[in-house]
Design a protein around this ligand. Structure first.
Ligand code: NAG
Ligand code: NAG
Ligand code: NAG
Ligand code: NAG
Ligand code: NAG
Length: 493
């Protein structure tokens, strides 16, 4: 390329020199190319030997008429010169052309090679540049990637840690929730228990308050009583001296009265004997007496008057009472002799006596009635249509017939023929000595379902007393009584 340019520059200078030296132009057609030649001035050519032709050519313009012949030959010569020159030039030009063409080709190739080299170099340079830049970029990218990876891994680690802590927190929350639930359960259970305790406590408190009130009332009553008693005591103390005085007067009066009574008895002994001729209470009732109380009777084949209690109210009245108990004041644990003769007072607790009962119940047919009242005030009776007891020679054996009444559906008296027993005369069928074990005198068998002469236990008790008053088919093994009465009345009343 450079060389081509140099050649072209050379050509241009040559052409420029040609242009500056001459003005005549010639055109040569060579193939597709056309070449224009400007020929130099003739006068310049005259100065040198070599350029005489040129000088002659310069003389071409101002033709001189004097040398017309010379001139024609010169012109022919000149033309010949010109033709050869042109030919030379043409040859030279052809040479030049070929040279130029050769040069051009080689240079073009070189230029091409150079260009390829330079291009390759630049390309390589660019490539290396690009490579280095890309390497740098890659390094940077890897750095960035590393950082990103580092960040990512760090974030992942953090995330992992977070998730770990989250799961830990979740577990904790779960555990706490369970704990809370358990606590709630416990709490509700405790609340229930508390409520129950509260309720119980309230009830207890109420009961305690009530008890307290009752106690206070009792205390008040007692204090009131105490004051009353104190007052009474004071009064009694003041009265006692007065009473002693009155007592002295009374004893005097009593002595006077006794003296009067002995005197009176002596006077009125005869008329009283006349009025007493009743066999039993039924006779007295029939005589018009309807008041219950103590009356005198004279039994058949007897010369003695006996005081008896007559029940004129129960079931028609006319009953002669031979056993009565109502307060336990009299001891019934007595001997055969005492049971035979009787003990106690007819107006109070008493046993009329086996001998009298025997005499009475064998004089005619008698009905027996047993009246009982338990500790709660319930009354009941047992009735035997026929009743009598044998004499002492048969140990006052019992005989009954025809049972009825409300104190049990079965008779609580033993069967007929059972002998009487006391603590000192054992006629029962038991080796245990019933009269001693069960206490009192009675028609014991072994030892039988009844004993109205047992020990008088007052009040209410669940304790079974084998020695208490007993009427088995009404109240079981022991009867807590308030009253017992055994009485007879003639069957034909
Ligand atoms: C992340 O980069 C820091 C410095 O910036 C470095 O201390 C740490 O070890 C790197 N972590 C990992 C997992 O490469
Ligand atoms: C003294 O005693 C009598 C009876 O004994 C009684 O009526 C009277 O109220 C008593 N007097 C006083 C002050 O207690
Ligand atoms: C009374 O005595 C007579 C004879 O002295 C006798 O015949 C009669 O049976 C007796 N009566 C009674 C109830 O014992
Ligand atoms: C009456 O009892 C006694 C014993 O106390 C006895 O020896 C006697 O035989 C009895 N009498 C009759 C008739 O059984
Ligand atoms: C006019 C001119 O210079 N002609 C020359 C052409 O070339 C031949 C030989 O190379 C020369 O003898 C002529 O003088």
């Amino acid at each position: 390329m450079d060389r081509l340019l140099l050649v072209l520059g050379y050509l241009v200078t040559v052409v420029a020199m040609v242009i500056s030296s001459e003005r005549k132009q010639h055109q040569v057609q060579h193939g597709p190319c056309s070449y224009t030649f400007i020929l130099p001035e003739v006068e310049q050519c005259n100065q040198g030997r070599d350029f005489q032709v040129t000088n002659s050519l310069q003389r071409d313009s101002p033709p001189s008429p004097e040398s017309a012949h010379v001139e024609t030959s010169w012109q022919a010569r000149k033309l010949e010169n010109l033709e050869s020159a042109t030919e030379n030039n043409t040859q030279w030009l052809q040479k030049l052309e070929s040279y130029i063409q050769e040069n051009m080709r080689s240079e073009m190739a070189e230029m091409q090679r150079n260009a390829i080299h330079t291009q390759t170099a630049t390309m390589l340079e660019i490539g290396t540049n690009l490579l280095s830049r890309s390497a740098e970029q890659t390094r940077k990218l890897t750095d960035v990637e590393k950082q990103v990876l580092n960040q990512t891994s760090r974030l992942e680690i953090q995330l992992l840690e977070y998730s770990l802590s989250t799961t830990r927190l979740e577990q904790q929350i779960l555990r706490q929730t369970q704990e809370v639930a358990r606590l709630n359960d416990k709490n509700s259970f405790l609340e229930q228990r508390f409520a129950a305790m509260e309720a119980r406590h309230g009830q207890e408190l109420l009961a305690a308050q009530q008890e307290k009130r009752q106690l206070q009332e009792l205390l008040e009553r007692q204090s009131h009583l105490v004051t009353l008693l104190e007052e009474e005591l004071a009064r009694s103390v003041s009265n006692s001296t007065l009473l002693q005085h009155q007592q002295a007067i009374l004893t005097d009066t009593v002595q006077q009265l006794l003296a009067m009574v002995t005197h009176c008895n002596e006077i009125s002994s005869h008329p009283k004997e006349e009025s007493v001729n009743f066999r039993d209470c039924a006779d007295i009732y029939k005589s018009g007496v309807t008041e219950s109380g103590v009356y005198s009777v004279r039994f058949p084949n007897s010369t003695k008057n006996v005081k008896v209690f007559c029940d004129m109210k129960t079931r028609g009245g006319g009953w002669t009472v031979f056993q009565h108990r109502f307060d336990g004041s009299l001891d019934f644990h007595r001997s055969w002799k005492e049971y035979k003769a009787g003990f106690g007072d007819p107006s109070g607790e008493h046993w009329l006596g086996n001998e009298i009962v025997h005499l009475l119940t064998t004089s005619q047919d008698y009905t027996l009635q047993v009246l009982l009242t338990d500790s709660e005030g319930n009354q009941a009776f047992s009735q035997y249509d026929l009743f009598y007891i044998d004499g002492e020679e048969k140990n006052y054996s019992l005989h009954t017939q025809g049972f009825s009444g409300t104190a049990g559906r079965t008779s609580s008296l033993t069967h007929s023929g059972t002998m009487f027993s006391t603590k000192d005369k054992d006629n029962d069928l038991c080796s245990c000595r019933c009269a001693q074990m069960a206490s009192g005198g009675w028609w014991f068998e072994a030892c039988g379902p009844s004993n109205l002469n047992g020990i008088y236990y007052a009040g209410i008790s669940n304790v079974v007393r084998y020695n208490g008053i007993k009427w088995y088919y009404w109240k079981g093994p022991s009867l807590m009584t308030t009253t017992t009465t055994m009485m007879v009345r003639p069957v034909n009343f």
